[in-house]
Design a protein around this ligand. Structure first.
Ligand SMILES: Cc1cc2nc3c(=O)[nH]c(=O)nc-3n(C[C@H](O)[C@H](O)[C@H](O)COP(=O)(O)OP(=O)(O)OC[C@H]3O[C@@H](n4cnc5c(N)ncnc54)[C@H](O)[C@@H]3O)c2cc1C
Length: 315
């Protein structure tokens, strides 16, 4: 999850507005320079800022590029824990049996995944495959997550798209990795139980280059909320999601208690039954007709302040 904050050129003196949400090493792009006017240099700086900051483990792939790889890093293949394998295999057995009851032809004909399929998958824990067991998920390894997606994709690609968008980029993964304990307790059990989620980064003029992001999240005067405003595009599950992650630019600002915030791109968990959800236009995707991808989606909403979390991720 990338986020950017003030460049040294526009930073106010630290004594005037103490910045608390990111160290100096992570502030290559001023929030004011993110948006439709961002330059190629700003876009590169933002991309560089999202890279790994330190390498505490050796990289096999990096060695490949340098012509000096260490085979010992990937061989012999690590053995999974017996308990993980047992749970994973038992799950795959249940999922395989259920997959045989679903029909890709029905999805093609109806151009949607029937509700009973989604309920069946939720009952098997598919929406929480990677969510830890303490939050109601199955806590499976990536091996079983990948095997399950391959199996579901063989029924129909739309099922794989729905489940992977929900669990790889939707609410569960970023909240699991960056969320506060409260956010984990609030959202992860819901997601594991079958609440469909989505991720909104792309905009009509923003894809590989988030530095040009036009969506904004402006704190309200009372400091209790952010107002999200922008247009999003290509949101897998956007038409049916109950919860979404919205990426938006927070301007540099000062909190009511005088704390200076550098601003930057942050991520917000938004309830889709809130006023934030006027987007409900489905795009028909060739080869993936059951995937409910929203396009374009405009949003303007009040978002409770505690749901903004990405800016704190590395603090
Ligand atoms: C089926 C589908 C589902 C999607 N689901 C989601 C979703 O759930 N949420 C979401 O936020 N987005 C989603 N997207 C959007 C997707 O993430 C973007 O399409 C993607 O980020 C690329 O952006 P773009 O389409 O604007 O292409 P561009 O960024 O304009 O890129 C166009 C081409 O230029 C190349 N290119 C771009 N920059 C460079 C560079 N600096 N150097 C060299 N080559 C470059 C790219 O590789 C590409 O070939 C989805 C897209 C599709 C097709």
């Amino acid at each position: 999850m990338s986020f950017a904050t003030d460049s040294p050129a526009t930073n106010p003196p630290a004594t005037e507005v103490p910045a608390t949400d990111a160290p100096d090493a992570e502030v290559p792009v001023a929030a004011a320079n993110i948006g439709p006017e961002a330059t190629a240099a700003d876009a590169r700086a933002l991309a560089e800022a999202s890279r790994e900051l330190g390498w505490d483990r050796p990289s096999f792939a990096k060695g490949l590029y340098l012509g000096n790889f260490d085979l010992g890093l990937i061989h012999p293949w690590p053995k999974a824990k017996a308990d993980d394998v047992e749970r994973g295999e038992a799950f795959m057995e249940r999922l395989t049996a259920y997959a045989r009851t679903m029909s890709g032809r029905v999805i093609e004909r109806e151009a949607r995944i029937p509700d009973e399929y989604l309920q069946g998958l939720a009952g098997l824990g598919v929406f929480g495959m990677k969510i830890p067991q303490e939050y109601g998920g199955l806590g499976l390894s990536l091996v079983y997550y990948g095997r399950a997606l391959a199996l579901l994709g063989s029924v129909h690609p739309s099922i794989g798209a729905l489940i992977s968008a929900h669990q790889s980029i939707g609410v569960p993964e970023p909240v699991k990795v960056f969320g506060t304990p409260d956010q984990k307790r609030e959202y992860l059990p819901r997601c594991a139980a079958g609440a469909i989620t989505a991720f909104l980064l792309t905009e009509p003029d923003v894809g590989s280059d988030p530095a040009r992001m036009g969506s904004t999240a402006v704190p309200t005067d009372d400091g209790g909320s952010y107002v999200l405003d922008g247009v999003k595009l290509w949101t897998t599950n956007g038409v049916i999601a109950e919860l979404v992650v919205v990426m938006a630019v927070v301007p540099a600002h000062t909190d009511a208690d005088g704390t200076g915030r550098r601003g930057g791109i942050s991520a917000f968990v938004v309830e889709m039954d809130s006023p934030a959800s006027p987007w409900r236009t489905a795009t028909r995707l060739w080869g993936c007709v059951g995937s409910k991808t929203a396009s374009p989606a405009s949003t303007r909403s009040g978002c409770p302040r505690p749901t903004g979390w990405a800016a704190r991720a590395r603090a």
